[in-house]
Write a protein that binds this ligand. Sequence first.
Ligand code: S3P
Length: 174
Amino acid sequence: MPSHRNIILIGFMGVGKGSVAREVVKISNYISVDTDDLIESMENRTVKKIFEQSGEEYFRKLEKKVSVWLENSVNNTLISTGGGFYKQENLKEIGIVVFLNSPFDKILKRIKTHPNASKKLKKRPLLNDLSRAKELYNERLPEYMAVADITIDVTNKSALECAKELLKKVKEYA
Ligand code: S3P
């Protein structure tokens, strides 16, 4: 396990990284941070607005800045990330990488059946075009798998079940 002892959650948009992180926090001593939340507070605007007003490239630069800060300054923390954050070169230096996985169709169903479905779709610029989103999923899947230390299949499991599995696997990994 990297010396920082952080857990870094990666996975596609809508797979449930935030929900699982909240359950881990409830049943453990971990505190969680979310890279998109950090970026939004740094910029005082939403990810959606950052994409619209400054473009994706600018957003990726902010992710890079956050990744450097996480590596240098954050310890013993559960870090939930935006779906593209896994591309950061220093991911493994930040902490143990946990990939939350589910088939694209199940992820889409999860988003669409959520009580705030339209908000969830609207706030994610890369989900505007669903056929492009599926391509993106297919491109990223092998990359997520390659960088993961631990993979959790979240399909048909509650966030609490996933959180328990995560803590068990992290303990075994250490
Ligand atoms: C992105 C995922 C989003 C957010 C941004 C880009 C991506 O986060 O960082 O819209 O490239 O997959 P979520 O995974 O929390 O939706």
